[in-house]
Write a protein that binds this ligand. Sequence first.
Ligand code: C2E
Ligand code: CA
Ligand code: CA
Ligand code: CA
Length: 274
Amino acid sequence: AKARGRNGYSFYTPSMTGEGVERLRLETFLRRSIEKDEIFLNYQPQVDIVTGELVGVEALVRWNHPELGLVPPVRFIPLAEDTGFINQLGQWVLREACRQMVRWQEAGLVVPKIAVNLSVKQFERGSIVNMVADTLHETGLEPARLQLEVTESVIMNTDDAMVFINDLHAIGVGLAIDDFGTGYSSLAYLKQLPVQTLKIDRSFIKDISTDVNDEAIAIAIIQLGKSMNLSVIAEGVETVQQAEFLVRHGCHLAQGYLYSKPLAADVMLTNWQK
Ligand code: C2E
Ligand code: CA
Ligand code: CA
Ligand code: CA
């Protein structure tokens, strides 16, 4: 029911309250999600467009709650960031991703590389280098087989981003700029950072063949990567036309539904082991 003040002015609405309650409930559930074994990873193949070869996977976090069902990351990652839970979650994701690489290897599937997303909040606490180094050491994964994905916002909004990223480079892990071109940033940082990979955001790939501006941006990113000796991978590739466009313009790496949706670890094994 709508509560009314003396002057008849309604000072809160049921929907606002509902939202607050819903958020609190989600937050409470999320805090318990790791210990309740509700969090797991899916892995999306990254392929060489021309040869079809597997070049890596991206680890994508999933939350399956018994009441809520599968909650999409766009709903719980921002919440995890707001509440600080992202640090625990991010650490769990990294450890699980590294462990899975070792498990696949033992089962006979060599996945060359695994990409793991890092949130800007994971940089705000201070150095995450020890966390990454400890996890690699504990799991036995070679540092060169881990690639950390950060968005431009990490670089622009973290005071010590340069220091952290150089430290990560020093321990041998790779670095990719995720959603490249969508953030507010200067390109100047690119020449100062030990980055190996640019990921072209899906928003630029989506309308290739209908939107000339998106095509121009995709081409510009591919050229930029080439001239700076960086590898460029396109995300969200769904059609053969998009793949052909990319190859025609010199981008040979892709990730997207055309090749595979994100897969459970065991499905990854059966689909790609041969
Ligand atoms: P992202 O890093 O840009 O990941 C790519 C997203 O695009 C994934 O969504 C993936 O499932 C989806 N995708 C891949 N190929 C296609 C395609 O061909 N078509 C379409 N329509 N979508 C495609 P997902 O798994 O829902 O993840 C959404 C976002 O959540 C990610 O975007 C990333 O920013 C964040 N995220 C996911 N896992 C983690 C994590 O472990 N840590 C952090 N910090 N963020 C994560
Ligand atoms: Ca990513
Ligand atoms: Ca991305
Ligand atoms: Ca994206």
